[in-house]
Ligand binder design. Sequence first.
Ligand code: GLC
Length: 744
Amino acid sequence: MRLLKIIFSVTILFVSFTSAQNANFEKKIDALLKRMTIEEKIGQLTQYSGDRKATGPVTFKGDSEKLIREGKIGAMLNVIGADYTRRYQEVAMQSRLKIPLLFGQDVIHGFKTTFPIPLAEAASWDLEAIERSARLAAVEASAAGLHWTFAPMVDICRDPRWGRVMEGAGEDTYLGSRIAFARVRGFQGRGLGNVDSVMACAKHFAAYGAAVGGRDYNSVDMSERQLWETYLPPFKAAADAGAATFMNSFNDLNGIPATGNRYLQRDILKGKWNFSGFVVSDWGSIGEMAAHGYVEDRRAAALAAITAGSDMDMESGAYRDNLAGLVKTGEVPVAVVDDAVRRVLRKKFELGLFDDPYKFSDPAREQRELNNPEHLAFAREIARKSIVLLKNENRTLPLSKDVKTVALIGPLAKAVRDNHGFWSVELPGVDYDKLIVTQFDGIKNKLGSDSRLLYAEGCDVDCRTDEKFAGAVETARQADVVILSVGERANQSGEAKSRSNIHLPGMQEELIRKIQATGKPVVVLINAGRPLVFDWTADNVPAILYTWWLGSEAGNAIADVLFGDYNPAARLPITFPRTEGQIPIYYNHFNTGRPPRGDDSTNYVSAYIDLKNSPRFPFGFGLSYTSFEYRDLKLDKKRMRANDKLEVSLKVTNTGRLAGEEVVQLYLRDRVASVVRPVKELRDFRKLALRPGETKEVRFVIDKEKLSFYDQKLQWTAEPGRFDLMIGASSADIRLSDSFELVD
Ligand code: GLC
């Protein structure tokens, strides 16, 4: 009881301290606003990229130091390093009001220590590990002078042609929301003001991942229901986690560019969700509204954007050139500008930059934190957790470390920088060849001294010629086991990297066929930032690991899985299509009036006559070196009222010879409702570790929230009726099921 009292009083003290501090900030902001000229106010709403790297079509070519000194720039991006940021901050301290700069950066999956691409991390279904990944990235980024990361990207994506699928958490709203929350918590840590915390930025607001045709920057058109039900919840989760900033998106949404979309930015984000942070435009997106044909010119773009709630202008210069005139004519009330400036200044106060503009620019901390052994050890751990075992026939895996000769073949076996994936941070003066463990090195590190590791490239990534196939086949013949490393380059996914053809590139599958024909045991590693199509390989090769792009410790992590030092436990966060023609294909689809009955039914049902109906690999799928049995599903009631909680329990046993982890997935189906409902929806999951023979009880709680959806009036509601409850090892492998009634 005494402890409770202490916790309660500490909490009260903390809350009252924070609110007093915030009130204090507001007073300081009021005082500052009174002293600022309109040009200085607009300066706080202007962000430019440094001169070392552009992450978009360069629009600004000017003397940023001069503008900073004049108080006409309030934030930079692509300025990295304790010394480099200090230099720019010193210039800002020469300005009239000495308002410190913000330094933002795409710290998407690690920093100098690179972690797996976000889609790979999502495959771990390990929320603690995902939060820690963001946490360590923030520790490194903040040590390099950065205050702000343009992450997490929380765009739901059901179309793997879209290159930025690599940057998010896949197709599912529930999993994506849990991961969004974890990533924001990781980046912001104990809260702004702590020197190892950076501002998170939930992006791209909103529905950017639903671009028509999977073509980046393309239009998005969807019902209000789909927007609210599928695409907004991860943003709400990020806001609930306290995300300091949001970034709007390049796409038009239902005819209105997101950057100029009042409904999104003012009605939903700042209104309904009561968001007190600030919104930054995506690179140049304000000016691009003219290209959209939504406004006549950049002046009109500035008017539309600031009115709609886009607070800071990244790179377009539209605010710098037009906002003062718009205020002068009264088209933009000065109060609108003041609100935007207040939001930006609030974050600078919360970060502690007014107290010490240089607090993040500390070379000693930078030296200590970047790429340290603790971070590298974690990089290996989360990389292993992200590897998906897609196939393992004849117990091909794990390989024995006593194997005499291993042949490692393929265009990506010795890839270096590719292992970092897209959106890895490029630090000046770093020799990445020394920083990244390649697959070749990882396997070599693992093998005993009397084992041989042979290598053949087979072909380059494009694989347009088979001239080296014979050499690769000859190398394979000399080996006891062959590991084939194929896939796409890291820069074939990411921003502006949509692909119409997501098959393994060129003749890579021909190479696999030739190697398979040697009769040797073959393990295929597929490296990619998205689901790829590899139908023949999936049908004919005995063992397949999906290795995405895993970061600094990629080679060691892959070797750990190959040789059984880690039992793979990842599950797909996105559906893998059989071919591009199946896209969009996702697990939580509606049933339709003529659902196919099985994989090959085509007679008057919703199906293709030239392709099986199922995906190549379903959402939530992944194998293990052991096996798991599910039993004893119990519901503590079969009829629940809206305010009840329904307790679900079951038992899971490791029935194999090796310790392993299982991701127990809970899916629900609302059988009949006032709008059609998906055939199943992920509503919870547990990842549990089990020793051989060990049984654990798993518990879930179903409440009204898990039964709710947007009805015909877009009211969030749960309707009485029958619900199917499914416990699956994947969305397509339902092990136990039952049903219950919601009675009111
Ligand atoms: C890019 C991306 C955005 C990124 C920004 C700054 O165009 O769309 O995600 O944060 O520009 O690099």
